[in-house]
Every structure is written in C-alpha cells, then in structure tokens.
Design a binder for this molecule. Structure first.
Ligand code: NDP
Length: 477
C-alpha cells in the first residue's frame, strides 16, 4: 500500500480538520490519537464520521501509524501545548529515523520550541514550530500557517503546507517560512497579541455605542456592518456583525445573555511579557490583556460599581459613530505597529530574519486578524524592510492625520462619561509618546540621579558622557 504523505497526531478540533484539508488536496493522510480508557474514542468517531468514505487512514497503534508514513516521515502534532507535546515527542522519537520531520502546530511558547529543537537536532531529527491560525474553519478550508525551525525541513514540507493554506489576496498562499529556531511560534504569539488588541478595540466601540450613545443592538449591528469595508474590512468585524444578528430560541440576542467575563489561554500575556523582557513598549496589547483580566473580577466590579460609579452630569457630550470608526482605524494601525515592533526587536535580539512583508501576506487571509490593512502593511515592508516603525510608513501618513480628530474625541468621550476605554487610550498614548520629540524623561533622570546617583546624559554634550549633580548641595533655597 502506498505510504502516506503526512501523519497527524491529535484528532482534536484542529487535527481532524487539518486532516480533511490535506485529504481535499489529494495528499495521503494517516491519523492517530491516544485512546484513554473511559474517554471518547476520537479515532473511531473520526473514522466513522467526518472521514467516512475518504482514503484517510486511521490508526489505533502509534507504531503502525509511524510505519504508514513515506520517508522522510512528516508528522504534524496537533495536541495541547505544553507537557503533552514533550510526552508525544518522547513517544515518537524511538520510532523515527534520522531526517524525519516533526511539526508542532500547537500554540507553543517559543522558548519550548527552542528547547525541543536543540534536543531533537542532537538526535538528527528535523523540527518545525508552526503557528496555525484560523480556528476550526481555517483548519478545514485554509488556515494561515507560520512555520519556522530547521531550514532543511522546509523544502520537503513546503508543497504540503502551501497547498492547504488559505489563498492570500496578496498572491500565493498564506504560508511562509518565518526563520530559524522558534521564529514561527514567535510570529504566532505576536499574531495573538494583535488579536487581543483588535478585539478589545471593537468591544470598546460596542460599549461606547451601548452606554454612551444609548444605541439599540440593531443600530449597533448596522454600524459595525457599515464599517466592515475599505481599510477596516476584517474578519473580526465580520464576525462581530454576525454576532449582533444571532438570536436564541426565544428570539433574544445571544450576546445580551453572555456573562461579561473574558477568558484567555495565555498567548496575549506571553506577548506582553516578552515585550517587557525585550524592552519594547506595547501599551495597547498589554492593556488589552489587562482588560480581559479585570473583566474576570466580576464580583469585585459589581461591588465597586455600587460605591465608585461615576455619574456624568449634564448633557451627554455626544459624538458621531464616524469618530468611533476613526478611533478603531487608528487603534488597529497601532495594534499592527506594536506587533511588528516586537518582531523587529526579536530579529535583532535573537539574530533572526523574520520577513515582515511575508508575515503581513501570511496574515492577510485564513487567520483571525486578517484585514484589508494588511495589504498596505505588506507593501510598506516590501518597499522598505528596514522601516523603523510601521506608523512611519508613507502609506499611513494621510490616514493617521485624517483619524486624529475622531480618535481623540472618542477617547475624551469615554473618559468624560466614565466609560472604560483602556485600549483606545493606550493606542493613542502609543501614538503620542512616539510622536513627541521631547518627553519628560529628563525629570525622571534627574530624580534617579537625586536618589540613586544613577547619572544622566546632557543635551549639550556628546551622548555616552554621564554626569552627576550634588542635588542637595546645589539647593537654591
Ligand atoms: P483540542 O482540545 O480539541 O484537542 C487537543 C488534542 O490534544 C486532543 O487530540 C488530545 O487528545 C490531545 N492531547 C492532550 N493531551 C495529550 C497528551 N498528554 N498526550 C497526547 N495527546 C494529548 O485542541 P485543538 O485541536 O483546538 O488544539 C490543538 C492545538 O492547536 C493546541 O495547542 C491549540 O492551542 C492549537 N490551536 C488551536 C486553535 C483553535 O482555534 N482551536 C487555533 C490554532 C491553534 P485526547 O482527546 O486524548 O485528550
């Protein structure tokens, strides 16, 4: 029997849909899942369900699964990130031959991927850490794929991965090699950080329309729908509109019944922590993580709302939804700018060469953050790969000027009405900090020198020369 082109270990939501996707593209597919006593038999369910009538081969034993694969074997791991990936690697490696390829498609922390690459290269096995985005639908019909790791592993898997990925509006498929080590998983982590930010920005517009402008759900739905075009056209706005049009059996909007406590699996937090470690200021992404965190303190918020609630007096200082739209566009640009700034810093810090225009192209289809904005972003990086900051790209100069008024009124409106807009204001702070030639950091330096003799540089002397003042001795009285 002809050996399979690819093996998939893990038949959860992602694994089984990716298996069907590979099969649609006429690759031979073998699949395996562990079978725990007392748990649902995912292999039998898949074989008699979605995979029935397809040539996909299902296995109950890992040995026969591995033996069914064409060499060099290519096995995509779609299991829960963390220790399960180590357990699966330990189970598979004794069965593999040199140059076989393991691909971890889970949401793995990049440091784990670096560690596994090191260990597996000592065993002459090739390893790829691959970011996958697009959820269940993407996995089934075309995800965005961000592979990185052993460069020698790329040519054998490239045709398979490019075939199943979503087509990019920029041309080619939404799959590109991100670079050595854990560059692929790092890019996926940043993707998720941007995702947190855009979701929070949209949610703040909802809150401002609902609580600030007293708009009904239907009007909010129409507004979101009308925004979903031009540069704001995006998957997240599209699903937001659909959410506003989804009713339960009783005919009421499902959204109105959902507890306002946001979950998180940690990838946004990883992005914020990595930014802090690498010294890259990402206020928007970080605030978006905090916004989810504070939402989880539902009881505390309920208690505080009784005593701390600010009631704005007088007439509501109403603004138009056009201003909100401008704030969303400005904020989304900052979200992408923060993500690419972190990628740029990672390139410098880890000696990687993540191709920014390819990242933007890979994100322009198939993934959760796909957006019309990614096309001018890809072009900007293609024209100038050394762009120091995305907001400095000529393509965005006019847009940033045009949204200023509405962006600032939106932030002011939220602040004046006591409606929390942490992401909208953090995005604006990023913009204002970046565009301020002289920040008050001279005072910070003076304070540091005062209490800790940390010294400072002077504007009127060459950089790198440090001074200390005897602050108490020089007191004027
Ligand atoms: P599911 O929860 O649907 O499936 C998890 C899979 O991991 C199951 O096959 C499970 O097997 C297996 N597994 C868990 N623990 C072990 C273990 N110790 N040994 C062997 N297998 C184990 O997850 P998803 O398919 O949604 O996600 C898989 C990976 O892809 C995760 O890393 C996730 O973060 C990532 N991802 C998910 C996306 C999504 O939208 N769902 C999008 C992009 C990436 P069993 O049933 O036997 O427990």
């Amino acid at each position: 029997m002809k050996k399979a082109d690819i093996g998939i270990y893990g038949l959860g939501v992602m694994g089984r849909n990716l298996a069907l996707n590979f099969n649609d593209h006429e690759f031979g597919v073998s699949v395996y899942n562990r079978n725990l006593p007392g748990e649902e038999d995912l292999i039998a369910a898949f074989s008699s369900g979605e995979a029935a009538g397809t040539p996909i081969r299902t296995f109950n034993e890992v040995e026969s699964f591995v033996a069914s694969l064409e060499r060099p074997r290519k096995i995509l791991l779609m299991v829960k990130a963390g220790p399960p990936v180590d357990a699966v690697i330990d189970q598979l490696t004794p069965l593999l031959d040199e140059e076989d390829i393991l691909i971890d498609g889970g949401n793995t922390h990049y440091s784990d991927t670096n560690r596994r690459l090191e260990t597996l290269s000592q065993r002459h096995l090739r390893y790829i850490g691959m970011g996958v985005s697009g959820g269940e639908e993407g996995a089934r019909h075309g995800p965005s794929l961000m592979p990185g790791g052993n460069a020698e592993a790329w040519p054998p898997v490239q045709p398979l991965l490019e075939s199943i990925a979503a087509p990019s509006p920029e041309g080619g498929s939404c799959c590109a090699w991100m670079g050595p080590q854990s560059a692929g998983h790092f890019v996926k982590m940043v993707h998720n950080g941007i995702e947190y930010a855009i979701m929070q920005l949209i949610a703040e517009c909802y809150q401002l329309m609902r609580n600030g402008l007293n708009m009904e759900n239907q009007a909010i739905a129409h507004t979101f729908e009308s925004w979903d075009s031009g540069l704001l056209n995006s998957y997240l706005l599209e699903i937001t509109t659909r959410i506003f049009n989804t009713e339960d059996e009783s005919g009421s909007l499902v959204l109105d019944h959902i507890l306002d406590r946001a979950g998180q699996k940690g990838t946004g937090r990883w992005t914020a922590l990595t930014a802090l470690e690498l010294g890259v200021p990402l206020p928007l992404i970080t605030e978006s993580v905090f916004a989810r965190s504070i939402s989880s303190f539902k009881d505390l918020r309920r208690q505080a709302s009784d005593t701390l609630r600010f009631e704005a007096g007088g007439e509501p200082n109403a603004i138009s939804t056009t201003s909100l739209r401008e704030a969303l566009l400005g904020g989304q640009l900052v979200a992408f700018a923060e993500g690419f700034w972190l990628l740029k810093t990672a390139n410098e810090e880890f000696d990687w060469d993540i191709p920014f225009s390819e990242v933007a192209r890979t994100w322009s289809g198939g993934c959760i953050i796909r957006s019309a904005l990614l096309q001018p972003i890809a072009t900007s990086f293609r024209e100038n790969p050394d762009l120091p900051h995305l907001l400095l790209a000529p393509a965005f100069r006019e847009i940033l000027n045009a949204v200023q008024g509405g962006w600032r009124s939106t932030a002011r409106f939220g602040v004046e009405r006591g409606i929390p807009v942490p992401a909208t204001t953090a995005a604006l702070s990023h913009y204002d900090n970046l565009s301020t030639k002289r920040l008050p950091a001279n005072l910070i330096q003076a304070q540091r020198d005062y209490f800790g003799a940390h010294r400072y540089e002077r504007l009127d002397r060459p950089g790198g020369t440090f001074f200390h003042t005897d602050w108490t001795g020089g007191h004027k009285g």
